[in-house]
Design a protein around this ligand. Structure first.
Ligand code: NAD
Ligand code: TYD
Length: 343
């Protein structure tokens, strides 16, 4: 299967920009329109070297604006919408949850309505967080019940269910991928791996929530991109596919890899007050996607190490971010925590 014109919502964010880059390399005949609101996490510079390409254009807009989405789709003769656009950080969803519903739920709903009206396929990017906390001897499979526990996860689960409802009710051509914790180039430094990497490079404390024994599958964004591509080309319409490595590590193990990669001292680690409702473990079975012939290139250790190295090699990308609006968020989130921290 091939696609002509793609509308990639959230294409200026972390995973979206990696996907746009990957897709244009692999499918040079394809045209990509990035549709992005350019929130604090959406950065045009993530695709700085590509904007001159005749195959790439940008529409600045909100996915909740039905008229603007419809116009972008008709003007650019879109065949497929890939929806990366979202508010994405659990801690931000605890501080200010309503925008998560606006974008992640209502915004996705608007995309579904436009896809229905114009007869487009829609691929929706979801997350392992919709499954909630996973008990020790289980790995989530795609048919497991959704049990989200943060405002972010709840908004993503609601979007998944709308997408599935549109497939059932209207016969809309949809697919969903649920990604594990991604790491790699251009991840906004509020997320754990880039935050810890950039703090370590600056010699600042590493704020580990609680005991640091929470478990995550840290997957390289490259493998997420190839997983999405596999589902677009070979996935069954109406189906959901997990995308991750299928292997977890504790946050303390992740911190060790970051510090060792950057040759920084472990005395930077501080155990700080935990995140409310912090999910203890995410873990997914990825055999369904493997069944389409996909396999990850990176194991989680290498994924985290390569991500940390990218931040060491690309200070010019993140230093302006960390000196701007990011500081207000950082102080709100960490000043009190770090004041009461334990080594
Ligand atoms: P990100 O925060 O880096 O980027 C989100 C992008 O969406 C930004 O470019 C932002 O400007 C844009 N956006 C936000 N609200 C918008 C709106 N109303 N209209 C249009 N654009 C809007 O996010 P990310 O980490 O790249 O995540 C991308 C997708 O992947 C999200 O749907 C997220 O839930 C999902 N996901 C992320 C991870 C992860 O580890 N980062 C894991 C699994 C799934
Ligand atoms: P994060 O990157 O926010 O992803 P998610 O919450 O979606 O899994 O966090 C990854 C893990 O790191 C998670 O268990 C929370 C933890 N964490 C910390 O311990 N300290 C921090 O400052 C942050 C941002 C996260």
């Amino acid at each position: 299967m091939t696609f002509g014109n793609l509308l990639i919502t959230g294409g200026c964010g972390f995973i979206g920009s990696n996907f746009v880059r990957y897709w244009l390399e692999q499918h040079p005949e394809s045209k990509v329109v990035v549709y992005d609101k350019l929130t604090y996490a959406g950065r045009k510079e993530n695709l700085a070297d590509l904007w001159d390409s005749p195959n790439l254009s940008l529409v600045v807009g909100d996915i909740g604006d039905m008229e603007a989405v419809r116009q972008a789709c008709t003007e650019h003769q879109i065949d497929l919408i890939v929806n990366f656009a979202a508010e994405t950080h659990v801690d931000q969803s605890i501080l200010g949850p309503l925008v998560f519903t606006d974008t992640n739920v209502r915004g996705t709903h608007v995309l579904l309505e436009v896809a229905r009206e114009l007869g487009l396929r829609l691929h929706h990017i979801s997350t392992d967080e919709v499954y909630g906390h996973i008990r020790d001897n289980h790995q989530s499979i795609e048919t497991d019940e959704l049990s989200p526990r943060s405002p972010y996860a709840a908004s993503k689960a609601a979007a998944d269910q709308l997408v599935q409802a549109y497939a059932i009710t209207y016969g809309l051509s949809v697919t969903i991928t649920r990604g594990a914790n991604n790491v790699g180039p251009y991840q906004y430094p509020e997320k754990a791996v880039p935050l810890f990497s950039t703090n370590a490079i600056l010699g600042e404390a590493i704020p580990v929530y609680g005991d640091g024994l929470q478990m995550r599958d840290y997957a390289h964004v490259y493998d997420h991109c190839t997983g999405i591509e596999t589902v677009l080309l070979k996935g069954q319409i109406g189906e959901v596919y997990n995308v991750g490595t299928g292997r977890e590590m504790t946050n303390l193990e992740m911190v060790d890899i970051v510090l060792d990669t950057l040759s920084k001292d472990h005395s930077l680690v501080r155990h700080v007050a935990d995140r409310p409702g912090h999910d203890r473990r995410y873990s997914m079975n990825v055999n369904k996607l493997r069944g389409l012939g996909w396999q990850p290139r990176y194991d989680p250790r290498r994924a985290v190490a390569e991500a940390a190295r990218w931040y060491a090699d690309n200070r010019a990308w993140w230093e302006p971010i960390r000196s701007g609006e990011f500081r207000d968020y950082y102080d709100r989130q960490y000043a009190e925590r770090l004041a009461g921290a334990k080594p």
